[in-house]
Design a protein around this ligand. Structure first.
Ligand SMILES: [Fe+2]
Ligand SMILES: [Fe+2]
Length: 475
């Protein structure tokens, strides 16, 4: 069951061949997907042979297959983690009942909405990153970008499979719409804010894959608990791919810091202008990028209080992060959780029903996880003897969604007035000058083993290949 059938047009481990109608429907969607890839996928990459890994099964060993392939020939398909016939719903009002193999009518609209919202983020990030191949700091980095792009494409396939299989005609319409919305489009944008932002340069890309792909990890983890078993199984497999995306972000920022620290030590300076003049990215700019990507990403978890969040949990559609490891009753009625609110211009904590605060619970889990990696970035600075540290801004900084959207806050968590915000904004968030400076460093480096001057080489290559391996053949 877990071995993937590659002899079919659509690789899969779900016995797709036994369901002719579904197979035909998906084969009808496939050319539209390729069309989308050609249109808004990685710019100018059609003839490249890229050293990619392709899953051959959903077991941990199934990842071992690496080889040079053209991206549009990547074996996108449908892979679900193995099922457990005895699986039970383990949270919410249906706790203890058998997990669902089909969508219960009363939860159909909500489930479809959850799947469409998740599915929409996958092609969005490919669109956001489509120009980055033109300015990759090395062949190694370009390959990592493309690996992420093809996997986000597969994540789209994962959601489209569920829509086609379980949601009939409106599912098929939603699957089409996933290829029609476009990141940043005025008339038909992607559903969530962060997925309409630009990813203009590689520092933004590393911050995006560190923070925003981590949002993916937490959303997928919550869906991996779902009572709707096909959703749980497909998101579990997606999570194995997500880990690589976050690795690219974490190691990418580490390498930028390592290069910056080396320049600071060489020049014995912490003057941002001197660091910039030497072709490295000053720590202030890195901090401002961090502030931006962090605040935009935590908005993705939604409003701090949400009746939808309560409904999704109680009806078993979406659990908490690591639901199974928690020791409470998994029903949460009568329990409370602390959220922040703004009163008379000040931030206050208040207790609200936990069921309504589950977006905030997931956001707080995300925050804990992302702070840990920032600590590892600071180790790079510490080792180099640089006293500056990166910090994540206060949860209420630069928020656009939820109760905190109505407040201006410094990164350290001080409420500020409009005047101070206007005066200090350029210290807290990337400025047009920052973007222009980072853009000025972006130039394509394609010789194997060579790296742009603003980033250190990685410690290791991919799949135990040397760092100067020919990861891409340009053709
Ligand atoms: Fe994804
Ligand atoms: Fe991802």
């Amino acid at each position: 069951m877990s071995t993937i059938n590659y002899s079919e047009k659509i690789p899969n481990n779900v016995n797709l061949g036994e369901d002719r109608t579904l197979q035909r429907a998906l084969e009808g969607w496939q050319p539209n997907f390729i069309h989308w890839w050609d249109d808004v996928g990685p710019d100018g990459s059609t003839n490249y042979d890229v050293y990619l890994r392709t899953a051959v099964s959903v077991d941990p060993q199934g990842w071992a297959q690496f080889g040079h392939v053209k991206m549009r020939d990547y074996r996108w398909g449908i892979f679900l983690n193995p099922g457990d016939a005895n699986r039970e719903v383990h949270f919410g009002d249906h706790k203890g009942e058998k997990a669902w193999q089909d969508v219960p009518g009363e939860h159909r609209a909500n489930l479809r909405r959850i799947i469409v919202t998740q599915g929409d983020t996958e092609p969005a990030s490919v669109e956001q990153q489509r120009h980055l191949g033109l300015t990759a700091p090395s062949m190694y980095d370009m390959r990592n970008l493309f690996q992420i792009n093809v996997e986000e494409g597969r994540h789209l396939w994962a959601m489209v499979y569920l829509l086609h299989k379980h949601f009939g005609r409106d599912g098929r319409e939603e699957a089409e719409a996933l290829l029609q919305r476009q990141s940043g489009d005025q008339d038909n944008p992607r559903i969530l804010g962060a997925f309409n932002e630009k990813t203009p340069d590689w520092l933004a890309f590393f911050m995006f894959t560190y923070f925003t792909d981590r949002d993916g990890k937490f959303q997928l983890s919550a869906l991996a608990e779902s009572a709707f078993d096909p959703l749980a199984r497909t998101t579990k497999f997606m999570l194995t791919e997500e880990a690589h995306h976050m690795f690219v972000g974490e190691s990418g920022v580490s390498r930028v810091l390592s290069r910056t620290a080396a320049v600071m030590n060489e020049l014995k300076t912490d003057d941002p202008q001197k660091v910039r003049a030497a072709g490295a990215i000053d720590l202030g700019t890195i901090q401002r990028y961090l502030n931006f990507h962090y605040s935009v990403t935590i908005d993705l978890f939604g409003a701090d209080q949400s009746s939808n969040a309560a409904t999704f949990y109680s009806s078993g559609l979406k659990g908490r992060y690591e639901e199974g490891k928690r020791t409470d009753d998994h029903i949460l009625k009568g329990q409370t959780y602390k959220v922040l609110e703004v009163k008379d211009g000040q931030l206050l904590e208040k207790d609200v029903p936990m069921l309504n605060a589950l977006n905030e619970v997931l956001r707080d889990d995300f925050i804990k996880d992302s702070v840990a990696g920032v600590g590892r970035w600071n180790k790079v600075l510490e080792k180099a003897g640089i006293p500056t540290r990166l910090v994540v801004p206060h949860k209420a900084f630069n928020r656009q969604i939820g109760a905190l959207a109505g407040i201006k806050m410094s990164p350290e968590g001080r409420v500020v007035n409009e005047q101070e915000w206007a005066a200090k904004k350029s210290e807290w968030l990337p400025t047009p000058e920052d973007f222009a400076f980072v853009a000025s460093l972006m130039g394509r480096v394609v010789e194997p083993g060579k790296f742009a001057g603003w980033i250190a080489p990685p410690v290791m290559g991919i799949n135990r290949q040397p760092v100067d391996f020919e990861y891409i053949r340009f053709g």
